[in-house]
Design a protein around this ligand. Structure first.
Ligand SMILES: Nc1ncnc2c1ncn2[C@@H]1O[C@H](COP(=O)(O)OP(=O)(O)OP(=O)(O)O)[C@@H](O)[C@H]1O
Ligand SMILES: [Mg+2]
Length: 461
């Protein structure tokens, strides 16, 4: 497996799909009875039925279940290897059949020219079937419950497509305050350039707020030039300078010479009032920060740089006072959750979900990201039992750090993805943070890894 550890349920779903087509195809090709692949498929289904409960119990620290799941995982990987072999054999058989047709009728008259019966594959299949039986026997001792989560209901789940910052944005107080700071004349008295650091934990809404400020009509008419840079982990002065220059001058080929670029940027900004947003800054290196700032001194009074960061050390390097972003109020969390779950800002038309919805919103602990993700998870679900299931998920009880609500919520939403999507999603972990992934390239990588079945590929192409 190319990407290390992945969740078992996703693998099993893929194997089930493969077994149906390839196992029977294999039996037909080898002229053996299809009973064995069929039996394996049934046993895999039996395991799949209890997998959610087993994963839950494993989270609870049940060692026997954990060992059982480890064995299931080993077996699943071996089965996957075997199915890959079947696939190769099938391709070989096909190409041999084609070339024999071009050699005439010889093969039909003399059957001993046909491919030898694949004994190794059959032995491996027998061995896998034995291990399956053993695993099924042990399963019955673990009292695992069947289908505690109905995965099928999640297959059509899609993320909400509304632009939240437009329609449902809370926290106006901070927005107004920073807006005033950006465009108010009083603050702009003597300083040429002011830094405005928006600080707060992950998912609290720093980027969303900066975007709203950046796109605000008052802001765009106040500043002559604006530029947005997604900085992230690597604070590369050359790249950041290039991006800003590109936004401001709309010239795309500026070369690689930092000195030349900085002179050009300085000239372009000279005497102009500008706003630059540096989103998601992690740089703690004072030297790099001051180097980046050099061209900005040429701007007109009132120019601003907004930075968003989770890190107070970053703020101290800028020497500016920070604007900490607070958690959303419970009421705002409730309406955000309702908005994403029910497409309404409150529970007026869904009184049966109100109490439970409020309890779920409390779990978000003021994180808009958490409210949005949970709302998305509950979208179009109108049955209070489904809401109860989310509220009572064991995921909430996992021991985590103080600010880990977001991770908890994201994990919960991950667990509710259908198996085949989990596998594709987990694969994205091979890309670095903030890496721009080309959609088609990613789909091709999924296909190469064997994550997508033929039908999925047809839909995508
Ligand atoms: N005040 C708000 N009201 C409604 N939705 C919000 C609000 N703030 C943020 N969101 C939504 O929550 C999600 C997370 O917000 P955002 O990306 O701005 O967080 P962040 O603080 O920049 O996180 P990070 O530190 O990871 O960059 C986004 O989808 C955003 O649209
Ligand atoms: Mg951000």
């Amino acid at each position: 497996m190319a990407i290390g550890e992945i969740f078992l349920s996703s693998l099993i779903q893929v194997l089930l799909d493969k077994l149906v087509s390839m196992g029977l195809d294999y039996a037909q090709r080898e002229g053996i009875s299809p009973t064995l692949p069929y039996k394996c498929e049934k046993m895999l289904e039996t395991i799949n039925e209890v997998l959610d409960d087993a994963e839950d119990k494993q989270l609870d620290g049940d060692h026997l279940v954990k060992r059982w799941l480890d064995n299931v995982r080993d077996l699943a990987y071996d089965l996957e290897d075997l199915l890959d072999e079947f696939e190769i054999e099938a391709a070989q058989a096909k190409s041999e059949a084609e070339s024999s047709t071009s050699r005439g009728q010889l093969k039909r008259k003399f059957p001993f020219f046909s491919r030898p019966h694949s004994l190794t594959s059959e032995t491996k299949l027998l061995e896998i079937a034995d291990r399956f039986e053993e695993i099924i026997k042990r399963k019955s001792l673990l009292s695992l419950r069947k289908n505690v989560v109905d995965r099928s209901q999640y297959t059509d789940e899609r993320l909400p497509s509304t632009s939240l910052s437009e329609t449902q944005f809370s926290g106006e107080k901070e927005e107004e305050q920073i807006l005033e700071l950006l465009t108010g004349e009083a603050e702009n008295g003597n300083t040429t350039l002011s830094i405005v650091p928006i600080v707060g934990m992950g998912g609290i809404g720093k980027t969303a707020l900066a975007q709203r400020l950046y796109n605000d009509a008052k802001v765009s008419s106040y500043f002559e030039k604006r530029a947005w840079v997604c900085v992230s982990d690597v604070f590369n002065v050359l790249d950041i300078t290039k991006t800003i220059l590109r936004s401001i001058t709309e010239v795309s080929d500026e070369g690689e010479d930092l000195n030349r670029l900085q002179v050009k940027l300085k000239d372009s900004l000279s005497g102009k009032k500008f706003l630059v947003v540096l989103d998601d800054v992690w740089n703690e290196n004072y030297g790099r920060w001051t180097t980046l700032l050099k061209p900005f001194e040429a701007g007109a009074k009132g120019s601003k740089i907004i930075i968003t960061t989770r890190n107070y050390t970053v703020v101290s390097i800028t020497g500016a006072s920070s604007y900490p972003l607070k958690e959303l109020s419970l009421n705002n969390c409730i309406s955000l959750l309702a908005f994403h779950a029910l497409k309404m800002k409150n529970f007026e038309r869904h009184r049966d979900l109100e109490t439970i919805g409020k309890k779920i919103a409390e779990k978000c602990k003021g994180s808009p990201l958490a409210a949005k993700v949970l709302g998305g998870l509950l979208r179009d679900k109108r049955n209070p039992d489904q809401w109860e299931a989310i509220l009572n998920s064991r995921m909430w009880d996992l021991p985590m750090g103080e600010n880990d609500e977001v991770i908890r919520v994201l994990k919960l939403s991950y667990v509710h993805l259908p198996s085949y999507l989990k596998r594709c999603f987990v694969y994205c972990a091979i890309f670095p943070k903030d890496y721009e992934i080309e959609r088609d390239e990613l789909v091709h990588l999924w296909i190469a890894e064997g994550f997508l079945m033929e039908e999925d590929q047809k839909i995508i192409s």
